[in-house]
Design a protein around this ligand. Structure first.
Ligand code: AMP
Ligand code: GLY
Length: 423
């Protein structure tokens, strides 16, 4: 088989690494890819939103399967374009990817189908949002831009003043662009967060092992929200009992709700959950693997991932026995100082070769490029250093040991990834 991966981050590097182990795969392409992915796949200089070019490439190169890592092309309808040309592709169509693409849609879906989530209201104009905030709400309150905003469109506001400023940011200053055409105002939930990624063929849903992300830039969950500064898997707080509840009350009902709405979802549903005192509630849905959740979940997966992708497309996921190793993984993201705001690029990265051939530690490239025969930094998140271990404590120790193997100027990373397991 020839496989094309769409994307260029650490998640796509982890996907390429996992797909390369599949028995039937002879060649991998990645558009656009990065310097790390280039070791596993031929990188193709086409951007993720250039659907026609990508489809032409897939036709010309007789690609058997395309796997989409990123949210933007899914929400934008890449699957519809490929399918209309008879090309096989893994991921939801646009009418299903809206589960991630519109927070108002996903909240209304949860309300209609009684899927546990925070109470909310949706607004199309700033004046009515402010009027609501002045009267109705308890603080803190959560404001969410409706559309895609690189994981940054969520504002937690401590008081009315902040909330009014938040409405301005989203709906008037339009800091998140068109994502701020609508806005959700949501009840603030407390508890432990857990990410559960799952495969679905539109009928059956198979959850993968759990993970926890660290979204804030700084140690102790301080600083700005980022795409994710590190992950661990599994989450010790996600017990079998909670998993059974989620399967019955959240996962299967979500797939069934989408089918009932005529929006059959095939692909990955990523459930961002809060384990509250009143039970698990959905914080958000994503229509793709998490980044850096994929970097800890995929190294623990025992199945041939291409077989699972195919079962999702063919509607035979009920025949798949999804298996994960009884171990743990921790990923520490090495970022450029200044991320997520402003940072320099083009710094040489040293020590990458020390990961070559290692079975239990990996360096997934998030933002890297080649320059003058060297590998240099090319993004805010640069590398995801991931290590396995028999348990979370060992995996974390191994990951922080592995971090020392690589270096670049202005490297910044959190020192407390996985600290929650000490509590
Ligand atoms: P989201 O993009 O919806 O996952 O939101 C990003 C982050 O904001 C989440 O990972 C949570 O840490 C936080 N968050 C989102 N919604 C809520 C909520 N209703 N209550 C508390 N925190 C939230
Ligand atoms: N790490 C969070 C996300 O991928 O959305």
């Amino acid at each position: 088989m020839k496989v094309l991966i769409i994307g260029s981050g650490g998640r796509e590097h982890a996907l390429a690494w996992k797909i390369a182990q599949s028995a039937g795969v002879e060649k991998i392409y990645c558009a656009p890819g990065n310097a790390g992915i280039a070791a596993l796949a031929e990188c193709v200089d086409i951007k993720a939103m250039e659907f026609e070019k990508l489809a032409d490439f897939a036709k010309d190169h007789e690609i058997d399967l395309t796997v989409v890592g990123m949210d933007d092309p899914l929400v934008g309808g890449i699957v519809d374009v490929f399918e209309s040309k008879g090309l096989r592709i893994f991921g939801p169509r646009a009418n299903a990817a809206i589960l991630e693409g519109s927070k108002a849609f996903s909240k209304d879906l949860m309300k209609k189908y009684h899927i546990p989530t925070a109470a909310y209201e949706t607004f199309d104009d700033p004046a009515s949002a402010v009027a609501f905030l002045e009267k109705e709400v308890k603080f803190p309150v959560v404001l969410k831009a409706d559309g895609l905003a690189l994981g940054k469109g969520v504002l937690i506001c401590e008081d009315l003043e902040q909330a009014k400023a938040g409405v301005r940011t989203i709906m008037e200053d339009r800091q998140f662009g068109d994502a701020g055409n609508r806005m959700v105002v949501e009840e603030f939930l407390t508890g432990r967060e857990v990410s559960v990624l799952s495969f679905t063929d539109g009928k059956t849903i198979l959850p993968m092992t759990s993970a926890q992300d660290h979204k804030r830039a700084g140690d102790g969950d301080t600083g700005l929200n980022t795409g994710g500064m590190g992950t661990f898997s599994p989450s010790p707080f996600y017990t079998d009992e909670i998993a059974a509840f989620c399967q019955e009350k959240i996962f299967q009902p979500t797939v069934d709700a989408m089918a009932a709405e005529g929006r059959c979802f095939k692909g990955i549903i990523f459930f961002g959950l809060m384990l509250t005192q009143d039970g698990p509630k959905v914080l958000e849905y994503n229509a793709r693997f998490g980044d850096p959740e994929a970097q800890v979940v995929l190294p623990r997966m025992e199945n041939d991932i291409v077989e699972v992708f195919e079962a999702c497309i063919d509607g035979t996921l009920d025949k798949v026995d999804l298996k994960f190793a009884d171990n743990a993984a921790v990923c520490v993201v090495l970022a450029s100082e200044g991320y997520p705001v402003a940072y320099e690029k083009g710094k040489e990265i040293r020590g990458l070769e020390q990961f070559d051939g290692c079975p239990d530690k990996f360096v997934f490239h998030a933002g890297t490029a080649f320059r003058d025969g060297k590998i240099v930094t090319n993004g805010g998140r640069v590398l995801g250093v991931t290590a396995l271990g028999d348990d979370l404590f060992k995996a974390r120790a191994n990951a922080y040991e592995a971090v020392k193997l690589v270096s670049f100027e202005n490297c910044y990373y959190r020192r407390d990834i996985g600290k929650a397991i000490d509590e």
